[in-house]
Design a protein around this ligand. Structure first.
Ligand code: CP
Ligand code: NVA
Length: 308
């Protein structure tokens, strides 16, 4: 079994294998209903436990469909309904029980430390369904979407991120190293990615390009990504931070500087992008959301050692 916790800790070759499997599976399901099971029934009888310490629509739904389409099932737990959430049971005991009842564990948490603690005790694959520092299932799926739409390996494309240096960007930075693509980041100086993240990029002999001018960042991009300015774990002065990002608002004028670009956003959205862009021709956000089902199926296959 394998965990899926951070893109930076997974071999490029494995990440690429996941995407290849997702492409094949998606193609084979063309005429199937949402709950029809893939012909090979690869995860027959397996149960994925999902636990959410924070809200979720897409991650919850897409993992539900993913495991069902592979022949398994899922149960969703809310941490505040467990003894663990109320402080009445240790994480170690909880992990042992989860390992007894379940075959896989997907966790969305407000603490990176909790993930590393679970890794110590859990005996089944652990999938990070978003933490304060990363959102790996989202970003791997986004790479799938980019390659599907652009019909090219992402290594041949110019990728741009306009927005906060948050969990999604951290995973995108990790992906830029693993998949060797050029990444421009447009954000206010005060919000540049953490030194530890940039040091890791340097250590891997790669570079990301950071601009405090959105026009420079976006110029000739093939893909423009964005995300909410205020993330779930953000304990900030919302008005102040929103104001600091005003210059980085994504509208049709900005995207004119990247005429061939598509627009992607993991959702939910805030006020960082105009309706004209978000609902416009360049935007592929609905396809992006749906692809999470397909890629997460192959992530599950990877975790269960079933990828060929
Ligand atoms: N993009 C994403 O992870 O959405 P949810 O928070 O709704 O799961
Ligand atoms: N950066 C966002 C992503 C939501 C899917 C957050 O953490 O809230």
């Amino acid at each position: 079994m394998k965990h899926f916790i951070n893109l930076k800790d997974i071999e490029s070759e494995d990440l690429k294998k996941i995407l290849t499997d997702a492409k094949k599976r998606k193609y084979k399901r063309k005429n199937l209903n949402k709950l029809d099971i893939d012909k090979d029934y690869p995860l027959k009888g397996k149960i994925l436990i999902q636990m959410f310490e924070k809200p979720s629509l897409r991650t919850r739904m897409s993992f539900y469909l993913a495991i069902r389409q592979l022949g398994g099932g899922t149960i969703t737990l809310r941490s505040n309904e467990l003894h663990l959430g109320k402080g009445g049971e240790s994480l170690a005991d909880t992990a042992k029980i989860l390992s007894t009842y379940g075959d896989g564990f997907m966790l969305r948490t407000d603490s990176d430390k909790k993930i590393s603690e679970f890794v110590k005790y859990i005996k089944i694959p652990l999938i990070n369904g978003l933490s304060p520092s990363s959102h790996p299932t989202q970003v791997l799926s986004d790479i799938f979407t980019v390659e599907e739409i652009k019909k090219k390996p992402i290594s041949k494309l110019n990728i741009c991120w306009i927005g906060d240096s948050n969990n999604v960007l951290n995973s995108l930075i990790a992906a830029s190293v693993k998949f060797s693509f050029k990444l421009n980041i447009g954000c206010p100086k005060k919000y540049t990615p953490k030194k530890s993240v940039l040091d890791w990029v340097k250590k891997n002999k790669k570079k990301v390009f950071i601009f405090d001018d959105p026009k420079k960042a976006v110029k000739n991009a093939d893909v423009v990504f964005s995300d909410k300015v205020i993330s779930l774990n953000d304990k900030v002065d919302v008005q102040k931070k929103t104001k600091e990002f005003k210059k980085f608002y994504i509208n049709t004028n900005l995207l004119k500087l990247a005429p061939k670009s598509i627009f992607l956003h993991c959702l939910p959205r805030g006020n960082e992008v105009s309706d004209n862009v978000f609902l416009g021709k360049k935007s592929h956000v609905w396809q992006q959301a749906l692809n999470r089902v397909h890629v997460q199926k192959s992530i599950l296959m990877y975790c269960f050692n079933k990828l060929r």
